[in-house]
Design a protein around this ligand. Sequence first.
Ligand SMILES: [Zn+2]
Length: 412
Amino acid sequence: MGKIYLIDVTNRDGVQTAKLGLSKLEKTMINIYLNEMGIFQSEFGFPTTKHESLYLQANLELAEMGVLKPIRLQGWIRAITGDVETAFKLVPNIKHLNLSISTSDQMINGKFRGKKTKDDIINDMVQAIEAARDLGAETVGVNAEDASRTDLEFLIKFGLAAKEHGADRLRYCDTLGYDNPFTIYEATRALAENVGMPIEVHCHGDLGMAEANSVAGAKGIIDGGQDVYINTTINGIGERAGNADLVAVILAITKSKGFADKYQFGAPINLLKSAKTAEFASYAFGVPIPLNQPGVGANAFAHSSGIHADGVLKDPENYELYSFKELGRGKPKFVETGREIIAGQYSGISGFRHLMGAMEVSFSSKEEANEILELVRYANVESQKPLVEDQLLFIARYPKITKKLLTMTPLE
Ligand SMILES: [Zn+2]
């Protein structure tokens, strides 16, 4: 019986969202929170993009130090040999890669405009896998972009070629959110049965079905005899109408009618960190969590009408499928309503020492305090908003890594 794993793509698809972005420290915090939640893999960025290099290297160092463990950090590039070579040149210690190429007639005709045939697509992909293996990739996933608009026979051929040349997984991308739960079930099941390798589902919300399609796709893949890797983003942030929301997918798998009896995660998920993770992503992206967001929205456990309030007070199960406590909600929150000392890009040592002291962080010397403060200033320059407590603690704990995250030298 196949199992379900989660690959969160907030740090790749999420940050590709128009009008939004994250600082390198914020991306790092996202990786830390995903690791705490027990997420199998973070698609942590773009190894061919120069301004990501030091961020990616620093996060791989955190993995080696055991800070980002057991989560797997995987980079996203195009399935062409040139990208693979650039990735290993800029981030030599990268171990896990996903290689992406368009497979639909629409994309082949509309994007490549006669420059590539279907055979070229397979050849490019196969050569990219081989280059990645030669350069030391431990795992390689292959992404079929626009898979839901790709003729199934070609998709199977593409998958078989990927498998034959040593790919570990095939990603079925519903790039435009075109599928519905019935079509994605059929397609992913056929792929699992005919290709015979683990399959990822990558769903978008253009028709409002990203989570439903993810669950139906997962069922198709497991029924077809394979493990499934569902792609998610925190709060569903992603291109256009967004991706499948991480927390909603976890809830759908574990709480929906009869699903968990047969379809289960391959490793334990820590749902208790959900609220904190969703809140941080909301703050970092500058996008409020919708009031009615499953599990983490402000109204997810709010009752006002007489019948509902009475019912939930008598027995929460009358009107709630799961408890707010399971998501790490319900603890009192400290909100300062009086004087505030905030660390910013122009902060001085006195205010900073006061702030860190309140978090019970002390420094061994004046030099050390000044060094951490300087890093905090730079982190503020990069994110342009006050750092949260976890970020300040991270900087104090890992100053060398922070320096790397904040170092950028354009046009070198
Ligand atoms: Zn996507």
